[in-house]
Design a protein around this ligand. Sequence first.
Ligand SMILES: [Zn+2]
Length: 354
Amino acid sequence: MFDDLALRRRTLLAALAGAAAVPILGSPARAASPKVYIDPGHGGTDSGAVGNGLQEKALTLDISLQLRSILLANWNVDVRMSRTTDITRSLAYRTDDANAWGADLFVSVHINSGGGTGFESYRYLTADAATTNLHNALHPRVIAGMRSVGAVTDRGLKSANFHVLRETTMPAVLTENLFIDTVADANLLKRADFITATARAHAQGIASYLGLGSTTPPTFSVIVDNATAGRFTASANWGSSAYSSQRYGADYRFASPTPASDAAWFKVDIPAAGNYRIEVRHPADPGYNSTTPHVIVTASGNQTLNVDQRSNGGVWRSLGTFALAAGDRNLVAVSRWTSAAGYVVADAVRVTRV
Ligand SMILES: [Zn+2]
């Protein structure tokens, strides 16, 4: 150990002596912000694995979008994704895009299937040291993050000849986040806190690999449904329906537009002042409202965002990240006050600290 220190010191002194003329070896210039490429597996016409009412393509996108939010909120990084919506991307697109962008690392997020249980992760068959470092930084953190929520089997660090691992020119790791066709795993994948913990752990692994410091993003994620006791209020003018299979939970509420204050409110107990991502989920129908106002009570006043409820039903749609004050209060409203025609719909809200 002492010899190593002495050697490092001599090397450092030698490097400093020549620093005016030559760059210090071993310290390649890196862009001010490391470039992180996130690849949510599957999408569009390729649903990936399915089971227990879940689709791989939706889970990978959910984890990946949260991963991006957590990275951007906590560290100085650039993030690019192979997709941010439910669209089809070829494997070649994913790796070409990451290579062209000049990513510093590539993480592909998947859900397993085939009747096993637990978490496993992959690097390419002949990985270099940097890839191995990324793999070693990610895997144990993801396991620990998952186990903060539930029992998860560690299936280990593996290697495979996957396209996204082989064709990327930067360190690349692919994670298989539990088995969609195993009930115990699926039950975890259905939990918002598990998805967020998985995303956080990926972020921590990436930050550790990049040497960005040990910021630990706090965990908080909650879903409020229109049926959640004590957390949803709407007047009798709001009907209840289970018409659309895209609903969250048993039913949703709907009302005709009208120029009056008769909003449906979702109440959320915010644990601490900070930045939170707010998402809404609603069934979609061509006859629903194109401009449904959503009011968010932020730390600096109310903000209103309009949601087109004619499409993108049955998925979490981000309204953005907002600075919120601590406390239990009505946080998100769906307003009827819109000049567009068609029902406005209130179904569910998800709030996640980033
Ligand atoms: Zn997959």
